[in-house]
Design a protein around this ligand. Sequence first.
Ligand code: CBY
Length: 432
Amino acid sequence: MRPSHQLPLLGLLLFSLIPSQRCQICEVSRENCSYLNPLVNTMVNSNYNKGIQSANILLTLRLVGIQNQSLEKQLTQQIQEDMKSRESKISSGELALVILALGACKNLDETFIRDAHLVSKLGEKFKAEIENMETHNDNPLTNYYQLSLALLALCLSNGNYSITNVIRYFAPENKNYYFDGQFSVDTGAMAVLALTCVKRSIEKEKIEADIKDLNKTNVYITSLVNKTLSAENDGLFGNIYSTGISMQALYVSSNYYELNGTCQETLHTVLHSISQGAFHLPIAAAQILPALMGKTYLDVNKDCSSACSPVKFNISTDEPVSATPTISPSNISVNYSVHIDEVFNSTKVTVRKGSVFLDVMKAAQKQNKAAFRFTMEDSPWGPYITSVQGITANNSDRTYWQLLSNGEPLSQGAGSYVVKNGEYLEVRWSKY
Ligand code: CBY
């Protein structure tokens, strides 16, 4: 064969190799599957009293191919009961998770989605988010993490949305991707998943769009991926809790992840954090596991299984490793302040060693109700502080109570963060 004939062949061969290179993922190898045991046990043994937590867990168990029929049945029931009791109160992101979980990996719950018209209801919730932005200074009802989840679920379940109308809201410079001026890596990564689903639908001509929409979608994905990569530190993207969703975003977007060369470092840090109990909350375990098993939320319509799942996990009914240290009899003392504008109300509080931020807040409240009274709400991530001194956080104003230690914002909530002797703790009235 003459060289000129070989060239196109060589080109074809190289081209055929590209897709497999592009899909490089950073999953845990088969021999390391047992490192994931604590995550699986945390999810399996949690008390599934809240529907949304159940949805997150069911989605993950199905996606990674952990089959446990009785558990799936229990989770499905909880989700359906929660849907009935809170139907009008359920948020866009919550409903999106319910649809993703019930519809995941070709199972019979799909009939519930259809009979309860969940996808069209999600379309309404999505519209309400956008309408709120129009009337409230570009602030959605919830946040862009949920808006992205909603777009993702609508896209994956062929719901009704017009990409020409919504794409502009996903421009990377939109303020809703940023909290306190900092790029929210979780939010950006979820948006990458949603936009990648949309991009694929346009390319397959499953939805109506013009070339401008496709171009914008591509430009936004690239920019959001770059922002995620810029947030890399010691192999983590953002922090330990945003790394799972970021890995998913990087898997679906291109071969960036491979090129970036952080895979081994990422796995090393994450597996170490698992052994340290960083994922003791079921939601934290559910959010990291798919990426570690090479899965993304865009895989929900496939038949699901993964390299680790045929190796039966060592599912135990014992309590999973807990990060909450046992409260010891010795005491520590910390400084606690409520900070509103220029005004500080400060006190010294003595608590048991091993106490969490919330214990400090409770002790301060006992000392001085006027200065330190607060309220909280349950969330999948534990208690969320809603008001202090009667001043209440509000999504439409982008206000919240920020938790800080020695002047630095915490990456855990009030119910999880274990306080240390001599530490300066603060709740600060803030705008994100
Ligand atoms: N989920 C959601 O709607 C939450 C989306 C999320 C981006 C989420 C992080 C990411 C995730 N993976 O789930 C998010 N947080 C949001 C949107 C918010 C804002 C909530 C208000 C709104 N507009 O919806 C807001 C106010 C900016 C916020 N988070 C505040 C806080 C602080 C809570 C303090 C309090 N008042 O109780 C806190 C503690 C940060 C601080 N220092 O004050 C905080 N968040 C943290 C730490 C976290 C992480 C939790 C990690 C952990 N182990 O507890 C988080 C995973 C998460 C939950 N927030 Co917000 C981010 C991270 O660190 N990677 C969808 C729904 C269906 O469930």
